[in-house]
Design a protein around this ligand. Sequence first.
Ligand SMILES: *Cc1c(COP(=O)(O)O)cnc(C)c1O
Length: 426
Amino acid sequence: MFDNSVKAYTQACEVIPGGVDSPVRAFKSVGGTPPFIERGEGAYMYDVDGNKYLDFVQSWGPLIFGHCDKDIEEAVIKTVKNGLSFGAPTELETLLAEEIVEMYDYIDKVRFVSSGTEAVMSAIRLARGVTGKNDILKFEGCYHGHSDSLLVQAGSGLATFGTPSSPGVPADLTKHTLLCEYNNIENLKKCFEDSDDISCIIIEPIAGNMGLVPASPEFLKACRELCDANGALLIFDEVMTGFRASLTGASGLLETKADIITFGKVIGAGMPVGAFASSKKIMDHLSPDGTVYQAGTLSGNPVAMSAGLTSLRKLKANPSIYNELNEKALRLVNGLKEVANSNNIPLQINTRGSMFGFFFCENEPTNIKEVGKCDFERFAKFHHEMLKKGFYFACSQYEAGFISTVITNEDIDACIAAASEVMKEF
Ligand SMILES: *Cc1c(COP(=O)(O)O)cnc(C)c1O
């Protein structure tokens, strides 16, 4: 029943490395062949074998209104008819920037780019340009895109500076990246003792790339205080959580405020869009007003802007969406937990707005090391069996899951019923 996907995958592997354009899509951590998708409709996706899936991945976050939302579709088609790209300013960019600026009282200006990776990379350059400092501090388990200086892993012993986590990244390019344990205030303090050249802390305030692992309020407060005391800027990477965790992202759920926020995913509604935003004072350093260089041929692409604009306006017109999404997220994870409990399977669950996470382990993980102790074999089995039953979960325990507005309680109950059959066999 995956015959056409297997064929498509084999064919893809001939001409595309690993058959995919982003590694996670290859299903390496759960095994098997990834379904090749033909089309989406509302809460569902259909693969090239005609299998139907309830989609909890949502293109890894962007599709908060599900597939083929009529309003977004209409806006995009209308814009396409006027031309795909001009390399000149359009009013759509201003309109989308206004929507974002209006949401945060400490954001005055936004610059659009084409991906989350680009947004973070540019935000870090800006932070370095503004502070005149070189080092950056990131946390183990947080993902900020695939740019060189962020592909770091813990070095040997107690060194706080990271070493490259991928061949092709010279150690010279990661030697300015300090690596700290998430939710570990002592470790954080030590980093600031080890370097007086820290330009910024970059953090996912609600981490979604090691499963769903929120930072504690005290930890974020410590980040803020250490930045202030050491002349560094605090960057919240909200590429995933922006307009996902709440209408004002993770920031809206937290007391601590950042200096720079990066966006992606939901603000493009499925089109390639990223953005970084800050106060006027900081953004004025960016070219052409200032001296920190940043550019992009397709940045602020009108078609992508119209998708994002329609999506954000819909969200703002229906702020209660987030409560409804969170209720559904809770219905799902509580249901899964009940099923797991009745089968004596330890399961940890969490939600933030429309985001959810679950771990097959005894205690709730607070950092990547603890996530690593979860039962990955069990997760792989769960994933595979649920996929066969038509439920498309992220293919790794290191990923968060997402609820879209078109997923119904009936969908969720069907998923829990399927999980109940699957976990009985564990
Ligand atoms: C997805 C993601 C990125 C990278 O965005 P791309 O569009 O894949 O380049 C960066 N940071 C976070 C927190 C993400 O979730």
